[in-house]
Design a protein around this ligand. Structure first.
Ligand code: CTP
Ligand code: MG
Length: 412
């Protein structure tokens, strides 16, 4: 397929890309020489995308030192060795160091050396086994198929296991390619996925309760696809079906959305973080806040169309409602006449009556008619932050336009 060839031309690294990254890696490794350092991740496996990769460098410590050691002594040792280079700290399950050499970012991640995948203590300890499994199962042709799949997943917005995305990790993209054999076969498979689909590469062990289940071949106690949300699963399935119907480069590289009218009304809450945060922790809290906004507005009687978010230096929550106007009074349903609680309902409501169905009803004053206040009260983050609220009148950025468009950008 011509489209796939074009995508490969864009994502497949050439020798010069590899050399540039390798020399950055060599420099970092030379600094860590007496430590047990190894390159893993997509650079090692040959499944990385040109112009779009971080190198994953792992520094292993004996399992016996324990998890806490990695966050303190190990981290200090690594930072010490990298003195003079451009380093910064990043936080996942435990902290690690990002070092930038010649425009190449190398993640230096302390991990525990274990004998097999199921001995893993931290999330990253299985990595050497992932590397071995994937490398032994993927041909050079297969690696390119992974690259196509990764680019497709990125294009449709479901690449990454982090909480902001809740999508498909690089490792899951590799496992899918190994299982189905090629990029197009992954799409064929995905187009018939249902919630709870299981993809078993080695042996099944236990039951998982997730939208997508892929027992990790190197540690079947773990679901490698645990991060994939129902929304990501559905998006991948639909996009696969539509692509197979009518292939287009737009799936891999979605075009910018055209200007959009504001349909319904959209209230924006712009959140500014006032202290450093861990990405996954913040996005967990934002997801909960979004859920709370939706439920509180619905409970207050608003018709909510959709709640979305955009992120640049700030996080913007976009709340689309049919209307921000709502009556001062609403119908309140009481108990049926034969329950004792009906007396209390009558005593506590002035405008109360008996309905045709024998239940009591009351016309009640709304406690809250201001949706902005409901939104503000529903946002709760454990970090220090400030919020600015306004009503959207026009969308000038791609993310807001995409939200208003509704229709995915990979659909014409
Ligand atoms: N929670 C995590 C995060 C990472 N890994 C391991 O760490 C490696 C590197 O992670 P990452 O950079 O996220 O994946 P890549 O395969 O390198 O994909 P990408 O091209 O996106 O960097 C993965 O292969 C995987 O084995 C893991 O087991 N569990
Ligand atoms: Mg990587």
């Amino acid at each position: 397929m011509e489209i796939l060839e074009e995508v490969l031309r864009r994502v497949k690294p050439g020798p010069e890309d590899t050399i540039r990254i390798q020399s950055a890696v060599d420099l970092v490794i030379s600094r860590l020489k007496d430590l047990d350092a190894e390159v893993h991740g997509s650079f090692r496996k040959g499944t990385w995308l040109k112009g779009d990769t971080d190198v994953d460098l792992f520094v292993f410590y004996p399992r016996s030192v324990g998890k806490e050691y990695l966050a303190r002594e190990a981290l200090r040792e690594i930072l010490d060795r990298l003195q003079g280079l451009r380093t910064r700290l990043a936080y996942a399950e435990h902290p690690y160091v990002i070092v930038e050499v010649d425009g190449v970012e190398v993640d230096v991640v302390p991990a525990l050396r274990v004998e097999s995948g199921d001995q893993a203590i931290t999330a990253v300890d299985r990595t050497p086994f992932h590397t071995r499994y994937v490398t032994s199962r993927l041909s050079d042709e297969g690696k390119d198929q992974v690259r196509l799949l990764k680019r497709f997943l990125k294009g449709i917005g479901v690449y990454g296991a982090e909480i902001r995305v809740m999508g498909f990790s690089g490792y899951v993209a590799e496992l899918l390619t190994i299982y189905y054999g090629s990029f197009l076969n992954v799409l064929k498979g995905a187009s018939t996925w249902k919630p709870g689909t299981e993809i078993v590469l080695e042996r099944e062990t236990k039951e998982f309760n997730s939208p997508l289940v892929i027992p990790d071949p190197v540690d079947p106690r773990r679901n490698a696809a645990a991060a994939v949300s129902m929304k990501s699963l559905a998006t991948m399935s639909i996009a696969s079906r539509m692509f197979l119907k009518e292939a287009s480069l737009d799936f891999f590289y979605p075009p910018s959305p055209e200007p959009q009218p504001v349909l319904g009304e959209v209230l924006v809450a712009e959140i500014k973080l006032l202290e450093p945060y861990v990405d996954d922790v913040l996005w967990g809290q934002i997801r909960r806040s979004v859920e709370k906004i939706r439920n509180s507005l619905l409970n207050a009687g608003f018709r909510v169309v959709d709640v979305g978010w955009c992120q640049d230096e700030r996080v913007r929550l976009l709340v689309q409602v049919e209307s921000t106007q709502i009556g001062d009074h609403h119908l309140g349903q009481g108990p049926p006449f034969y329950l004792e609680s009906s007396t209390e309902f009558i005593l506590s409501n002035r405008h109360v009556w008996v309905g045709d169905d024998g239940k009591l009803y009351a016309l009640k004053r709304r406690k809250e008619v201001d949706p902005e206040r409901i939104i503000l009260n529903s946002i709760s983050l454990k970090y220090k932050y400030s919020v600015r609220q306004y009503k959207l009148t026009e969308a000038s950025d791609d993310c807001t336009r995409a939200f208003l468009r509704k229709r995915p950008l990979w659909l014409k």
